[in-house]
Write a protein that binds this ligand. Structure first.
Ligand code: GLU
Length: 569
């Protein structure tokens, strides 16, 4: 077969590969510099797996003095979602994972563009033609040739049944037969002419999976579809060669097609990049481990974390933690360092699929938020609620000092309060601090400790209400609470209660607990003294009055019941 002639027949107008090698010069890089890239397809939004790969790409490039670029893989137009590429970029930028080069949403930057694959069709044609001229690609005129999945499915089944070989029958067409088909205007897909026999294996070292034995590809994979668009394999090999990628960090799902990609690099005579196939983030669902799914799990989409109001560093640190398990130890030793100082390494990524763990994310986030100044939390909350909760925004925007007072409770110092995991939960977490959201209307809405009698709650609140004085310092406020203990049978300190529990109904902690629940509805809140000062005498007195009223109603119900029992024994 005269392959040069065949190449001319199939792609008469295509340029030479040298033409493109002249345009895209080899990168001039210092020794050891890594060129990494993220290649999202605009078929959904930025997946958490892609964000984690972007982080690995960015840190690897930065650490080595290299380049991190983004390329948009949009050749599968059927699966494309309008605007998804741009959103992916916005998400990367939001999390400070934006690239040094490449696709930027509306524009692009760099010497190796276009960075949108649908704009690179003539480049793929040139390389396709070159491969044909080397005798390593051939046209396939079969029906269904465009529908790769169908073909592969059909063929795989047939191969399994022993009916056909993995090699495509069209590879045996003569030049004359091809010429005839082209004259009849039949369109064709271009396939790799594989040299594998399905038996031969070779050793391959993945940066994450380590050294593995791989069966060489033996499939005549499609490279260019009938409509002239390339499939992933060809675009990957051509783009990563021209763009000078040194390390491909991509999802585990591509590992099974690796042997085909490596055969393609070899067929062209190009040196393949290093590969790191990242494990897939999973979760437990009804006792089973499964991949995070964009359809079922909102946390698979990076926008979820923004909508929930997680600080971006919390999400990034969580992803770092998933990728390099020694990050946690490093963070404990370096509580105030920026995460970029951590020595990230691809080689430290475990090959097992990590589990997404909300508790861990929340703990990291709480730690980060606990260190922020109140002013910052207030400003972040304003920005957040303006976008996601305008009702709350309207309430807080004119209450700056009040909010600062609230966020300042138990902040600073060696043991700051770690209760806020994201901005979205502040409203519920502190609903009792906003009259607009605080409306308990039955006694069951209060989380009183059931071991304390309603009679004691009532008496203690009645007494406490009389002592309220906003000029009290914390010490005298607490003395007043202590003074309520003995008359009602509670110990003035927890120590004496623990020594002789049989002598008391509880301790001063229970007495202040009653007051806390009466004012906030909850047993666990930040410093009660500070809360009382912020709410003010009128509000606190009213709230206690409300509990006393509700207790009265409760008593009434109780008496009614007794009466009914008495009348109808
Ligand atoms: N478009 C592929 C993806 O979205 C890119 C894979 C790669 O990084 O090469 O996963």
């Amino acid at each position: 077969m005269d392959y040069k002639k065949l190449a001319e027949l199939l792609y008469p107008k295509a340029k030479s590969v040298d033409f493109f090698f002249d345009i895209y010069k080899k990168r001039v890089l210092s020794t050891g510099a890594e060129v990494t890239r993220l290649a999202p397809s605009p078929t959904g939004y930025l997946h958490i797996g892609h964000a984690s790969q972007a982080l690995a790409c960015k840190l690897t490039a930065k650490k080595s003095g290299g380049v991190f670029f983004v390329r948009l893989e949009d050749t599968d137009q059927k699966r494309e979602i309008e605007g998804a590429g741009k959103i992916a970029l916005e998400m990367l930028n939001f999390f400070e994972l934006g690239p040094d080069e490449g696709y930027l949403g509306d524009t692009e930057t760099g010497e190796y563009g276009p960075y949108i694959q649908s704009k690179r069709l003539e480049i793929y044609q040139a390389f396709a033609k070159h491969l044909v001229s080397l005798g390593r690609a051939f046209p396939c005129f079969c029906e269904k040739r465009d529908n790769k999945e169908d073909i592969l499915k059909d063929r795989e089944q047939q191969i399994e049944e022993g009916a056909i070989e993995t090699k495509d029958p069209c590879r045996d067409l003569t030049l004359k037969q091809i010429e005839e088909k082209l004259e009849q205007n039949k369109s064709f897909a271009l396939r790799l002419c594989s040299e594998g026999d399905g038996v031969k294996t070779f050793k391959f070292k993945d940066l994450i999976k380590g050294e593995r034995e791989i069966v060489a590809n033996d499939k005549d994979i499609v490279l260019i579809k009938g409509n002239g668009t390339p499939v992933y394999a060809l675009a990957h090999v051509v783009d990563d060669t021209l763009m000078g990628t040194t390390t491909v960090i991509r999802g585990e799902e591509w590992y099974s097609s690796l042997s085909g990609h490596l055969e393609l690099f070899k067929a062209f005579g190009f040196v393949p990049p290093k590969y790191a196939h990242t494990p897939v983030i999973c979760k437990t669902d009804a006792g089973n481990k499964r991949k995070l799914s964009k359809r079922k799990d909102p946390e698979a989409d990076m926008r979820y974390f923004i909508k929930s109001g997680y600080p971006k560093t919390a999400v990034i640190e969580y992803l770092l933690n998933l990728a390099n398990s020694d990050f946690e130890l490093w963070r404990a030793k370096n509580p105030d360092a920026d995460y970029s100082e951590f020595l990230f390494a691809i080689s430290k990524i475990g090959s097992n699929n990590p589990m997404f763990d909300f508790d861990k994310l929340n703990n990291i986030s709480k730690e980060i938020i606990s260190k922020l100044p109140a002013q910052q939390i207030y400003e972040d909350l304003l920005t957040y609620t303006k976008e996601y909760d305008t009702n709350f925004y309207d309430i807080i925007k004119n209450k700056k000092d009040y909010c600062l007072g609230l966020f300042n409770i138990d902040r600073g110092g060696v043991k700051p309060r770690k209760d806020i995991a994201n901005l979205g939960e502040i409203k519920n977490l502190y609903s009792y601090m906003f009259k607009e959201f605080y409306n308990p209307n039955k006694i069951d809405n209060y989380d009183f400790d059931p071991k304390i009698s309603k009679a004691d709650i009532k008496c203690i609140l009645l007494m406490y209400r009389q002592t309220i004085d906003m000029n009290d310092d914390k010490q005298s406020w607490f003395e007043k609470i202590k003074a309520l203990c003995e008359p009602f049978g509670f110990a003035v300190d927890t120590k004496s209660f623990k020594q002789n529990p049989q002598n008391f109904k509880g301790s001063v902690a229970d007495v202040s607990g009653i007051i806390r629940v009466a004012i906030t509805g909850r047993r666990n809140t930040p410093d009660l003294y500070e809360i009382i000062k912020l709410l003010g005498k009128r509000e606190v007195t009213e709230r206690i009055g409300r509990v006393l009223e509700l207790l009265k109603v409760e008593e009434g119900k109780f008496i009614d019941k007794i009466e009914i029992v008495d009348i109808h024994p």
